[in-house]
Design a protein around this ligand. Structure first.
Ligand code: PLP
Length: 412
């Protein structure tokens, strides 16, 4: 194992066990070195920390609440708390990363920002941070996603970003990331690339985790204050893995806390899905070695999930290592189960979750059903789930998919 392979090390790790690294064109290596050095320096600078903390407080609305979901708990027969990232500005956790990286870019003298986006959530978060800090913003987006996610395209444009359509391949997120990396290779002297999840070449997986660990650090404090003890289980959905790794980071050293990441099983693990950890193999995608979905010929597969944010054929390298080392467990939830959880949380708690976050809630229902069937006992204690975002963006998709009447009020 290489130095820095311990995921709890305070450094900016290049490797997590065998995973991670920098599988990028030579011209980017020096830029990645400079970015690593800039982050180590910024993290240790009280002025940077104060500016970031100030914006997270007064602009993003942190700390986000930890909410005891009473009716959901009754339904499950077990106490559940929700970490409310859906209450953050722009409606999800992605703003934590976008603001942190935009501040870092400005500090290193880069005034041009590029980003990739799939559903448009990371694009909106980045365009928001760039408006706030007066930075130029270019967002790469597959032309198919531009068609499907038009409201977010309009938001980005209103915020002053240029949205660059990507016509290659399936015209979705994977191609948008590749286009952003190509732009970065060309413009690396003037440009900072704000990657949207805990993926990509080092130092991005560690940098994004460091910026998202505010979720886990707050949640741990809030959970202790509320219950006087740590949760038995901490649960989060996993696309690229940023809200999950940010949540897990707060609890990694607490050996009694079980960490559970929930991937998208889509139409099922034998069909189209996005479960890179549950059903992938070791390979390279977008600059790092991790667990990836690819076919016999080494071609990266099209992922599928009802939630655009989980629809990615790779995952952050630290998750692959947490899986192999046994510190975290990864499970997968189908589109149908996520839709059901979306509806249940909405009706039980008056909280409309993002479809991504609904996967984490769905696992609670699946686990409760399995326990009931096997008459097995759940671990003592309570559960904490990160609700990564709100569901406004998903209404069209959900209304399309729910059986007639199910979205209305004539059931239960
Ligand atoms: C983008 C997104 C995700 C998936 O990204 P991660 O990096 O895995 O956190 C999950 N939830 C919401 C609401 C998102 O917008």
């Amino acid at each position: 194992m290489s130095p820095g392979s311990d995921p709890t090390s305070p450094g900016v790790e290049e490797y997590f066990g065998p995973y991670g690294g920098r599988y990028v064109p030579e011209v980017l290596i020096a830029a990645l070195d400079r970015l690593t050095a800039a982050w180590v320096e910024a993290r240790a600078d009280p002025a940077f920390a104060a500016e970031l903390a100030g914006l997270l407080d007064s602009y993003v609305g942190r700390p986000t609440k930890l909410y005891k979901a009473t009716r959901l708990s009754q339904r499950l027969g077990r106490t559940v708390y929700l970490k409310r990232e859906d209450l953050a500005h722009t409606g999800a956790h992605k703003i934590n990363n976008a603001i942190g990286q935009a501040l870092l870019a400005r500090r290193t003298g880069k005034r041009r920002i590029i980003a990739e986006t799939g559903a448009g959530q990371h694009g909106v978060a980045t365009a928001t941070a760039c408006a706030l800090l007066d930075l130029e913003c270019v967002v790469y987006m597959g032309s198919e996603d531009i068609r499907r996610q038009h409201p977010n395209v309009e938001r980005m444009r209103l915020l002053g970003a240029r949205v660059e359509p990507v016509e290659a391949g399936a015209k979705t997120l994977k191609e948008a990331v590749s286009a952003a990396i190509r732009d970065w290779v060309t413009n690396v002297e003037t440009t900072h690339y704000i990657i949207g999840s805990a993926v990509g070449p080092a130092p991005y997986p560690a940098l994004v985790r460091d910026l998202q660990r505010v979720i886990g650090d707050e949640a741990r404090r809030q959970a202790l204050a509320a219950e006087g003890e740590l949760p038995a289980r901490v649960i989060a959905c996993v696309g690229g893995g940023s809200n999950a790794i940010g949540t897990f980071a707060g609890f990694l050293d607490d050996a009694t806390v079980e960490l559970i990441g929930v991937e998208a099983a889509g139409e099922g693990l034998e069909a189209r899905h996005g479960a890179s950890l549950s059903a992938g193999r070791t390979g390279v995608l977008h600059g790092s070695l991790s667990s990836v979905l690819f076919d016999e010929d080494g071609q990266i597969l099209e992922a599928h999930s009802i939630s655009a944010g989980l629809d990615y054929p790779g995952v952050g390298p630290e998750h692959a290592w947490l899986r192999d080392s046994g510190r975290a467990r990864y499970v997968a939830i189908t589109d149908i189960a996520a839709l059901d959880a979306f509806r249940q949380l909405t009706r039980l708690e008056g909280i409309i979750p993002a479809l991504e976050s609904a996967h984490a809630i769905a696992w609670l229902f699946a686990d409760a059903a399995e326990r009931a069937e096997q008459r097995g006992a759940a671990p003592a204690g309570y559960d904490l789930v990160t609700l990564s975002g709100r569901g406004d963006k998903d209404l069209a998709e959900v209304l399309d998919r729910l059986p007639a009447g199910a979205a209305g009020c004539a059931d239960e």
